[in-house]
Design a protein around this ligand. Structure first.
Ligand code: ADP
Ligand code: TYD
Length: 202
């Protein structure tokens, strides 16, 4: 039996797929219903996450393997630190919603370093819910272009195509105890929101 963290919801998808929009909307809705919610994201805004962002912005250079280790280290702190970690928040009675989790490492770093190695350094518990915002690569790229910001390390069509194929494969073999929702990222923000809210029964 795989380890499952109750009251933990993660959103996954490509860059620009609409994850953070839906994570915010779900957090608001769950709060409106009287829940206490911890909305978080990876890479985190902690020390390791900030270093990762510097690599993504091409300000710091490192190897692909070191970057894979940084994501895994950031996640370890995100999960287990006793101050504001995911597990601490769950134990304190909050619903935790994370914009990305270890599936992102398997999908992205699995295309730059050995896949088995990436799995090994990401032996973390599954969340109770995984919500995959499945948006075509060309739609994501045009949303990223519209942001008008400098392109980050992985914002490239060919690479995102490989990541999408990896996500599709990862999510076809999740443990059956993980509640999984596939969302068509081409549908409207409102339509996605309704689908997600009716799926989560917390
Ligand atoms: P991510 O967190 O996956 O990078 P965002 O939630 O930031 O994606 O969304 C990227 C951009 O696309 C934002 O400008 C957002 O307003 C827009 N967007 C999100 N969802 C939709 C949607 N269903 N239809 C059209 N635009 C969307
Ligand atoms: P994020 O801030 O979620 O980007 P976006 O809002 O554009 O979706 O993530 C930053 C980048 O880091 C993004 O290209 C995905 C990548 N990433 C990995 O490669 N591995 C990981 O484990 C995580 C969490 C993110």
């Amino acid at each position: 039996m795989s380890d499952i963290l109750p009251s933990f919801i993660c959103f996954e998808g490509l860059d620009g797929s609409g994850k953070s929009t839906q994570a915010h909307l779900l957090a608001c809705e769950l709060e409106k219903r009287g829940n206490s919610v911890f909305l978080t994201a990876e890479p985190t805004d902690g020390a390791i996450g900030r270093l990762i962002r510097q690599v993504l912005r091409h300000e710091v250079r490192t190897t692909d393997q070191a970057l894979a280790l940084l994501y895994a280290a950031d996640r370890n702190h995100h999960l287990y630190n006793d101050e504001d970690g995911i597990i601490r928040n769950i134990n304190d009675g909050r619903i935790v919603i994370s914009d990305r989790y270890f599936y992102s490492s398997v999908a992205y770093q699995g295309n730059t370093v050995d896949g088995q190695y990436v799995r090994m350094i990401n032996t973390y518990p599954h969340p109770e819910y995984v919500i995959y915002i499945d948006t075509p690569v060309d739609v994501c790229m045009s949303r990223i272009d519209r942001r008008g910001e400098k392109k980050e390390l992985f914002d490239r069509t060919e690479f995102l195509r490989k990541v999408k194929a990896s996500f599709d494969s990862i999510f076809s073999s999740l443990p059956s105890a993980v509640r999984f929702l596939h969302v068509d990222g081409r549908t409207s923000i409102e339509e996605q929101k309704e689908k997600i809210i009716s799926f989560v029964s917390l």
